[in-house]
Design a protein around this ligand. Sequence first.
Ligand SMILES: Cc1cc2nc3c(=O)[nH]c(=O)nc-3n(C[C@H](O)[C@H](O)[C@H](O)COP(=O)(O)OP(=O)(O)OC[C@H]3O[C@@H](n4cnc5c(N)ncnc54)[C@H](O)[C@@H]3O)c2cc1C
Ligand SMILES: NC(=O)c1ccc[n+]([C@@H]2O[C@H](COP(=O)([O-])OP(=O)(O)OC[C@H]3O[C@@H](n4cnc5c(N)ncnc54)[C@H](OP(=O)(O)O)[C@@H]3O)[C@@H](O)[C@H]2O)c1
Length: 518
Amino acid sequence: MERKVCIVGAGISGLLACKYALSKGYHPIVFESRSAVGGVWTQTVETTKLQTPKPLFQFSDYPWPSSLETLFPDKNQVIDYLRSYAKHFDLLKHVRFNTKVVSIKYEGPSHEEIQSWALWSGNGDPFGNMGKWTVNTQDLLNQSTQVMEVDFVILCVGRFSDLPNIPQFPSGEGPEVFQGKVMHSMDYSALDYGSARNLVGGKRVTVVGFQKSALDIAMECSIVNGVEHPCTVICRTPHWNVPDLFPWGIPITSLYLNRFSEFLLHKPGEGPLLSLLATLLSPLRWGISKFVEFDIMYRHPLKKFDMVPDHSFLQEVSSCKLSIVPEGFYDNVEKGSIILKRSPAFSFYKEGVKLDYSIKSTKPIKSDLVIFATGYKGDQKLKDIFESSEFKDYMFGSSNETLSLYRKCIHPRIPQLGVIGFSESLANLYTSEIRCRWLFELLDGKFKLPSIEEMEKDIIEWEKFMKRYSGKYYRGSCIGALHICYNDQLCIDMGLNPKRKDGFWAELFEPYGPMDYA
Ligand SMILES: Cc1cc2nc3c(=O)[nH]c(=O)nc-3n(C[C@H](O)[C@H](O)[C@H](O)COP(=O)(O)OP(=O)(O)OC[C@H]3O[C@@H](n4cnc5c(N)ncnc54)[C@H](O)[C@@H]3O)c2cc1C
Ligand SMILES: NC(=O)c1ccc[n+]([C@@H]2O[C@H](COP(=O)([O-])OP(=O)(O)OC[C@H]3O[C@@H](n4cnc5c(N)ncnc54)[C@H](OP(=O)(O)O)[C@@H]3O)[C@@H](O)[C@H]2O)c1
């Protein structure tokens, strides 16, 4: 009897899951609340481009068209590429558009019983044979609801969409006292360019945040309004946002995405030799981080504008927080069409925004429009989909910050379910693809998982090493600096040789990318 597989989301991760499901003979059903495939790429700021160079952000069996010369395709080129992938592998007929999965419920053994299991899904078989998932959906066009029983669920709901992170304020200090308009970057991104220009045109705009959305939106505002109505950016934490991916002319992938660069880091499961090597090479690790930091400071006037981060560039990479600064951003800061304000906190008053009182000589910022480019609550979105409060809690552990997934794909105590696309890397398509491949090899019975206890130990071990390099910026789900080591584990599980390069020197120094796993 064919097992029913349900995939939630038709962004990059959902499309990949669908393609790999088909390749193993399943007939998956994909629920997508939007009316098109592509997830976040269906609604972005007009000037958004890929931040990852395209060789690192491509399907291993469907490269970018050779006619596309740019290294960083724009949002329309990305969406065209994703649509053409879906068409090529005939995925669209499996997607039910405008259909939201409202909740999922595991119907089977009680939580007490699940807690007592030694093996995933009860018997180590991904399909378990002990229960099924009930998937509750809503058709967003006619509001009708439907219930479906499936054997396996893959959550590909995305981390940076749908549920915005809105800052909270004590009563009397929030947007309610402000006479202007407040919106989140998600809603700004949903506007077409003309509407966005009209919205900000001639207005005093304040943008909150100092990561990619904030930088892009501030840049757009400064282009529209010039120095006459400068755009103010409120930065809580300065970051090592890079001018490009070539510090001092060297590709950053040669510094952070080859096997040699991972020898400089301690890794989960390392033996005494690798551990000694990482310790001996730690000055080089520090030196490379400084090398990139000096490049950024040489090219961007961070000191002049009090924007030098307190943490290292290695921490930035290890927490997947790398953002490329739009071209001309600091020229506009110098000209005065963008004003940078550093403040650990802020609040609203009638005419605008007040910065933290502890900062001397700061005047309130008069504003007509405040845009929160403050990110998303991907963790909450993932939790909300479960009906069971136990599964909600399992997902994010006791600290509520870490997504406790084995191989960043499955939760040892949530049966018959995978999560793809939540844990980040510096090239998310690449990561989602190898994870889908791993998951479907598992579903296909190609390998068995260890016991729940061993998987939990492995998760803790990975968290320990990832925290070591990302420090307080640890988000619990970024394999940024240990990408190859992580891929090695998936390859070994799948019975593939993890060493994918031709020859010793290539293996050591050539950057790894999706095509190495084709
Ligand atoms: C503007 C922007 C630019 C980015 N640029 C890069 C980059 O250059 N390089 C990089 O590596 N990463 C980048 N990222 C990260 C990006 O999130 C990933 O690259 C990738 O697109 C994520 O794909 P996904 O399928 O995992 O998630 P999403 O793209 O978020 O897709 C999730 C899909 O699930 C659907 N969905 C969610 N909940 C439900 C539900 N309950 N029922 C039905 N459907 C649901 C959503 O509608 C959505 O279509 C960027 C992110 C953003 C926001
Ligand atoms: N390819 C592209 O061009 C592109 C474009 C847009 C987005 N993206 C990607 O999309 C993802 C989301 O990016 P994002 O910029 O929207 O979100 P983000 O990376 O989560 O950044 C959120 C920003 O808001 C700040 N912030 C959050 N809460 C705040 C508060 N209460 N007060 C003040 N500041 C607050 C954060 O400061 P702290 O650092 O102090 O937390 C941070 O600067 C990222 O992966 C990004 O790379 C890519």
